[in-house]
Design a protein around this ligand. Structure first.
Ligand SMILES: [Zn+2]
Length: 294
């Protein structure tokens, strides 16, 4: 029986003279006795010739110039995007950052001065605390205004910083009207003659109290303002909780006053745990709500 060669692959090589001598002889031998392949070969050859007859024109100078200009403009734009730092702010944003930082710092100090006897601290300690606090607020405002793109793969710093900052006044209200320190001391007050509460029970009171004081406002705020998030509520909650914790550290430190270091640490630990838990739950609930709305 006659076996036809694979003209789809061999015909072009044959036409341009790139078929091996052996294959070439085989093909020519086959063509002498197979009319089907001769016909197919003729078709491929005529298509090949038609392709070859298209004029090979160079693009005109005008077209080349236009393409070059487009590419150059594209490159310049990309360079601009890379060079423009996300941490460069407009004058208006700088003013808003400064005013916000001043407002937050002053109201924080005013609230604490009303709650705590700041005289137990030395002047340098208070000065360091105050400037650290201002620096932290400034950092949070910078996070809010910075232009890091908030695609789904990255953190939406705007939402995170906003929720962290808005929670601050709420926690100041808590500190002002229900100072944790006096609350715990009232709860653990003992009649005279009975031993005063040990440091361990005091520490656990501050751990629970501190976490509730951070959890409740952050949960509410992150739920209310978590609308702008596109996924990853856990990651956002973690960063938001940590930011709020850092912002509230000076307040916790100043309110601890003469408490023992163990109690101070458990208050801070409770604040961190409560803040992260509250923000994660708040953002997650919001995401869940959004999903169920659709
Ligand atoms: Zn054939």
């Amino acid at each position: 029986m006659l076996t036809h060669p694979d003209l789809q692959t061999d015909a072009l090589d044959y036409l341009v003279g790139e078929l091996s001598v052996e294959k070439r002889a085989q093909l020519e031998g086959h063509l002498q006795q197979c009319q089907t392949c001769v016909a197919e070969m003729a078709e491929i050859a005529s298509a090949w010739n038609r392709l070859d007859s298209y004029p090979h024109e160079e693009p005109s100078d005008a077209v080349v110039k236009t393409i070059e200009r487009t590419i150059a403009a594209e490159l310049r734009q990309r360079e601009y995007v890379v060079e423009a730092s996300p941490w460069s702010f407009s004058p208006r944003q700088l003013v808003e950052m400064t005013v916000g930082t001043l407002l937050f710092s002053l109201s924080s100090v005013a609230v604490l001065a009303g709650v705590v006897n700041l005289e137990v601290f030395s002047a340098p300690t208070l000065l360091i605390c105050g400037s650290l606090w201002s620096a932290l607020y400034l950092f949070a405002f910078a996070l809010y205004f910075c232009a890091v793109p908030s695609s789904s793969s990255r953190l939406n710093l705007r939402v995170v910083a906003f929720a962290g900052l808005v929670t601050v006044p709420f926690s100041l209200v808590e500190d002002y009207f229900f100072p944790l320190n006096s609350l715990v001391h009232r709860l653990t007050a003992t009649p005279p003659g009975i031993d005063t509460p040990s440091n361990i029970s005091l520490a656990s009171f501050f751990l629970i109290g501190g976490s509730l004081y951070a959890l409740v406002p952050l949960l509410l705020i992150s739920f209310i303002f978590g609308n702008g998030l596109r996924g990853k509520p856990g990651k956002h909650g973690l960063v938001c909780g940590a930011l709020f914790f850092v912002l509230s550290l000076p307040a916790v430190y100043l309110q601890c006053g003469t408490l023992s270091p163990a109690v101070e640490l458990s208050w801070m630990g409770g604040t961190l745990a409560g803040a992260v838990t509250g923000a994660v739950i708040g953002f997650s609930l919001r995401q869940y709500r959004k999903l169920s709305d659709i």
